[in-house]
Design a protein around this ligand. Structure first.
Ligand code: ZN
Length: 151
């Protein structure tokens, strides 16, 4: 306790950033898949600083949220009652979207493929449907890793 006080009391620099990896086992397969897709898109990604777990979201419209706080591990909070109603494709879409925020630091992208109702990006503000994802999987995965550090 006194050590912590001393460290913080020096005031010369910010407290050390906390690095922590704490992902519930039901989410881990989607992290693995994200890393595999990243590799196929030419990006060597190993996620070492992330918290993923069930918890409250602002509404049932929000399957999950990403919280980014300076000095803290990025945190994905998933609404259990929405999650349990989704297919494994839905789970992947949700986790890739949230990792887009929490890992790639991407913001929403709400454009559509010209002349269609198909979003150009998994960073679309609403969850991309399973059949839409399957029909355009390559494009979505390619687009996801094409941008980063947007905030
Ligand atoms: Zn989002």
């Amino acid at each position: 306790m006194s050590l912590v006080g001393l460290t913080l009391g020096c005031g010369q620099k910010k407290p050390e950033a906390v690095i922590r990896y704490d992902v519930s086992e039901e989410f881990q397969p989607y992290i693995d898949e994200y890393e595999r897709v990243a590799a196929s898109e030419g990006r060597d990604v190993t996620i070492t600083n992330l918290i993923v777990g069930f918890g409250p979201t602002p509404s049932l419209m929000h399957t999950a949220i990403c919280e980014v706080t300076e000095g803290q591990p990025p945190k994905i909070v998933v609404n259990r009652s929405v999650w349990t109603r989704l297919t494994s494709t839905g789970h992947k879409v949700v986790m890739f979207h949230e990792l887009g925020h929490c890992h790639l630091r991407r913001v929403h992208r709400n454009e559509f493929v010209s002349g269609t109702a198909v979003p150009v990006s998994l960073m679309y503000q609403f969850r991309v449907g399973d059949s839409t994802y399957h029909s355009h999987e390559e494009d979505f995965n390619n687009e996801l890793f094409s941008r980063y550090s947007e905030f």
